[in-house]
Design a binder for this molecule. Sequence first.
Ligand code: SD4
Length: 346
Amino acid sequence: MFNRRNFVKKVGMLTAGVTVQGVSTGSSNKSIFLDQGPIVISTWDAGMEANIPAWAILEKGGLALDAVEQGVRHTENSLNCCVGLGANPDRDGHVTLDACIMDHNHNCGAVAFLERIKHPISVARRVMEKTPHVMLVGEGAQQFALAEGFKLESDQLSPAAQAAYTDWLHQSQYKSPSINRENKNDHGPFAPTRLQNGEWNHDTIGMIALDKQGNLSGSCTTSGAGFKMRGRVGDSPIIGAGLFVDNQVGACVATGQGEDVIRVAGASTVVELMRQGKTPQQACETIIQRVVQIKKERAKNIQVAFLALSNRGEVGAFAIHPGFSFAYKDLQRSELIKAASWFKSN
Ligand code: SD4
């Protein structure tokens, strides 16, 4: 049986690309995680830092919902990352943000195409808690945020985003952007940018937490794709695509090319596969296989990745291409783990 005591061994298998043979995740056995404490997992390298504030809440017995909000707020704040207002703009020069959040009771909230608000994840939570709706977009979302006391930030691009945008305007061919592809031959305007430390810059963070009470919550926040068409919204704020949580089963977040996550109803399908008895790892592999089979040629040039957690603390992660990693934190360990992928090399 998979539990966190044999996690290191399982992760070794996972990075080698072998399906983890886990237990059926259809039932909820609360005692497993009540004994072992909470977990938080999040996408990409930035997840290592984001897990810290999330963990501070979880270890004190706080709610998974608070943990996933505070965790990704840290990334939205960070100037070193492409999530939030410092991110690359759309092709008309505006930064537009998408986010969603979901708790253990199927409560959920989302914002999309939101401008000049620093913490879209917290606006998404207010949508969930204070409106009869699930999703607000654009001007209406901004209006709601202001009414809720959020500050209207400047519309100036960050220096790095301004430089990237100026560069893009010179080279622009208005091609659709490639997201998270570590393609060594792609030096064009849509190549993912690198951070100062040389890491690939990702536009999104997705986070899932399991708290001491045995409840799951998830969050996802993004600037979408740099130089996207104005008005473009990806999977990240869409409940069921970029994020899905079902406390009876587990939770899943997606990252990568949002259009391809939406067409397979990504995160909710992973959770449904887990409900039918697949482990999180098997479920993530199955959905990536589907993404690849639906658009075989396209799949060679896009990145999509899924990260899932069962309500028993089992973890799964899988991507189309190498390069996807996720940050794991529990009582015993905190580490960045490379996920296995469908294609073994770029
Ligand atoms: C989107 N899924 O807007 C997001 C992008 C992403 O790391 O995940 N970037 O399509």
